[in-house]
Unconditional design. Structure first.
Length: 154
């Protein structure tokens, strides 16, 4: 004789638990997809920030080697000391465009704190980009930015 099976309140017989695995699979799948989209979004955000930081460094580098004593004209000539020199802004936008950023959304500020672009003076470059999320329901809309300074050498 077989011992009697004790039934508990959480016991599911074949007729009572029909579809349970489908519900569990659906819940786990939704959570996994949300997690993967979050990883994708944060990875892209880091990539955009890195591009902005490198664009600011590249603009500062250009301004440092194109000071008042630089010979030449146009792109090979001196840049500044007026605010936001077109040559420096072009370098920053070119670098940002290579990182697939919309250059129309960039907020660029190039200043010469000493008021001059003579050798030994400093140049400050600030770049801000309003981050556009790949996933439209991403709740945060940060403005990613980077600032850098350099000493003019030529």
């Amino acid at each position: 004789m077989r011992p009697a099976r004790r039934r508990t309140w959480f016991h599911c017989g074949p007729e009572k638990c029909r579809g349970q695995s489908t519900v569990e699979f659906s819940a786990v799948t939704v959570l996994t997809v949300v997690l993967m989209l979050m990883v994708l979004e944060f990875g892209r955000m880091v990539l955009v920030y890195n591009t902005i930081a490198n664009a600011a460094r590249s603009g500062a580098r250009y301004a440092c080697v194109h000071g008042a004593t630089r010979t030449g004209n146009g792109v090979t000539g001196p840049s500044g000391p007026a605010g936001n020199p077109s040559q420096v802004v072009a370098v920053i936008k070119d670098f940002a465009a290579s990182g697939l950023l919309s250059t129309g959304n960039l907020i660029i500020s190039v200043t010469y704190p000493g008021g001059s672009n003579a050798p030994g003076q400093t140049v400050s470059v600030s770049v801000i980009y309003p981050y556009d999320a790949f996933v439209t329901w991403f709740p945060v809309r940060p403005r990613l930015g980077s600032a850098t300074q350099g000493v003019i050498s030529f």
